[in-house]
Design a protein. Structure first.
Length: 162
């Protein structure tokens, strides 16, 4: 099974609507963005939804997105929390408040210019307690875009899916 999922135009639009709904719900509920963020969180929410959709397709399961609450108790897809990045070399980011027993999947979004679509590479996964090791910890560093202290697990250290 390939770990690269091609996202159709319709899927992209569906995930974008989910991301916008999540962002609108967060604004309506008064939820704050991470300290130091200068954006509105809209792109983050859309990217996250695309990653979840791709992981659900990869796992062969139905994607049932949560849009009006936090999904930190049940996970995004089949009990997994999905973290999505656009940097091809991006790390799996696990925050202090993330559950040690949850499993976190890293999805990496890119563009396929030949197919004129988005692709999502499923980079791997790690359990929260294994991600929270001293060697992966990084403190706040606005110059590097790190707005909150967290653990940044390199892709090479993630477990292979499947």
């Amino acid at each position: 099974m390939t770990n690269i999922i091609s996202i159709s135009h319709v899927e992209y639009m569906m995930a974008a609507v989910v991301g916008i709904e999540r962002n609108a719900s967060a604004i309506h509920r008064g939820w704050k963005l991470e300290q130091g963020r200068k954006d509105l969180g809209i792109e983050r929410d859309i990217i996250g939804a695309i990653g979840e959709l791709a992981v659900a397709r990869y796992m062969g399961t139905q994607w049932t997105p949560v849009t009006n609450a936090l999904d930190n108790m049940t996970g995004d897809v089949d009990g997994y929390q999905v973290r999505t990045v656009t940097n091809p070399a991006g790390s799996l980011i696990v925050k202090r408040t993330d559950d040690d027993l949850h499993r976190y999947i890293l999805a990496v979004i890119g563009r396929d210019t030949e197919r004129k679509s988005l692709t999502v590479r499923i980079a791997g996964w790690m359990q929260g307690k294994d991600a929270k090791m001293r060697e992966y910890f990084r403190d706040v560093d606005p110059a590097k875009g790190i707005h909150a202290a967290a653990w940044f697990v390199p892709q090479a250290r993630l477990r292979v899916m499947g």
